[in-house]
Design a protein. Structure first.
Length: 392
């Protein structure tokens, strides 16, 4: 990759990480603030669902818009929206404003997310794309580590209102860079006639894209099971809050480690082979988790799960960008975002109902079975992709 491409690529990742710190810190601070105000678990769950609800509806339309006009304006509007949404509870304290804040921040960060992913794909040469997406994943791992620590320390030090203002401050640099056109990305090239048209279902009718979306859907649900079920499993095993935090930290550490090693895997492992290994690794971890009752055992299995769930993202994004029809790469990313946010809105309700009725073991084992079946599906997709490459 040329030096001319490296600078805007690095800047895109930095701006997205800053916006993600504000987004993720907002989620954590809203949750804790609502609890501090004495709100019920239902209220907290509703607030968190609002972050994902509108992105699940509008991500595809946002992707089409980004395909047409490029990434600068959508990232600018998204950064402004994240900042405005994050600062609202500082300006107007109380639970009522939290609903508006969640909607604004969630919808705005969706714009940043889809636009930035599209920019990385467009700025990368085919041979560099998976490595560059791994840098994006590392950036997300970094912001996911920073945001909860920043929010927690800030709340204890300066209170909830000032914490929201601090989080909003992270969007200032992205807003300035994008508003003053300091991000050196050229305008999008003219698209082939009719390339941005068509129904979103056309993307699902494409065999290669359909295989990717199905594989991605299984992995997305696995992330949701992890986020929802591990605190419950830890509590059932008698672990303290700090021990549960330590266990979940081992998952985050594994995602960082595997993404740090991604440049090596990109050079030595084919994308579909990586996905098969990730699905099987996560499936084994979920199968064994019901038997883990100690901190050490849960940390080991959560580290294994983090290796499995942390590795596929760069490969999926690479395959998705390369498999999308001409002029519709951002729309394909938007459909990915729709599936992820739809899962984050609906799946916790399903898991909660099953867990309350039958316990967490059926949830873990059903997820394990889905991941193993997904690996068999991915293996078939890998064979088909290899046959296509040979014919080409």
């Amino acid at each position: 990759m040329s030096n001319n491409a490296i600078r805007p690529l690095a800047l895109v990742i930095i701006l997205m990480v800053l916006d993600h710190i504000a987004f993720n810190g907002s989620r954590i601070s809203v949750t804790l603030y609502a609890i501090f105000l004495g709100e019920s678990a239902l209220t907290v769950g509703t607030l968190l669902a609002l972050y994902a609800l509108l992105p699940a509806v509008f991500s595809v339309a946002a992707g089409r818009w980004i395909d047409r006009i490029g990434i600068i304006k959508p990232m600018q509007i998204g950064s402004i929206g994240v900042g405005v949404g994050a600062v609202l509870p500082y300006l107007l304290p109380g639970v009522a404003i939290l609903y508006a804040a969640c909607v604004v921040v969630g919808l705005a960060f969706m714009l940043v997310n889809v636009a930035a992913y599209h920019a990385v794909g467009e700025l990368s040469q085919p041979e560099d794309r998976a490595i560059n997406f791994s840098y994006v994943a590392l950036g997300f791992s970094t912001s996911m580590f920073i945001a909860p620590i920043l929010a927690g320390v800030s709340i204890d030090s300066v209170g909830y209102r000032n914490t929201f203002a601090l989080l909003a401050a992270f969007t200032v640099l992205p807003i300035v860079v994008l508003s003053f056109k300091l991000l050196p990305i050229p305008a999008p090239a003219p698209k082939p006639e009719g390339s941005t048209g068509g129904n979103v279902m056309d993307l699902l009718r494409d065999p290669q894209l359909r295989r990717l979306y199905i594989t991605m859907a299984v992995l997305t649900v696995a992330w949701d099971v992890y986020s929802f079920a591990i605190p419950i499993q830890g509590s059932s095993a008698g672990l303290s809050a700090s021990e549960i935090g330590l266990v979940m930290a081992s998952f985050a550490a594994a995602t960082f480690v595997v993404r740090l090693a991604m440049p090596f895997f990109v050079q030595h492992v084919k994308p579909w082979t990586m996905l098969i290994g990730a699905l099987l690794t996560a499936g084994v971890s979920f199968f064994l988790l019901p038997f883990a009752t100690t901190v050490g055992a849960m940390m080991a299995l959560l580290f294994l799960l983090g290796l499995g769930l942390g590795s596929p993202q760069p490969m999926i994004l690479t395959l998705l960008h390369e498999s999308a029809p001409a002029g519709r790469a951002a729309e394909a990313l938007g459909l990915r975002t729709t599936l992820i946010n739809g899962s984050q809105t609906v799946m916790p309700l399903i898991f909660g109902g099953v867990g309350a009725a039958l316990g967490m073991m059926p949830v873990f084992w059903a997820m394990s079975a889905a991941l193993v079946v997904g690996s068999l599906y991915a293996r078939r997709a890998s064979r088909i992709a290899a046959e296509i490459d040979m014919k080409a």
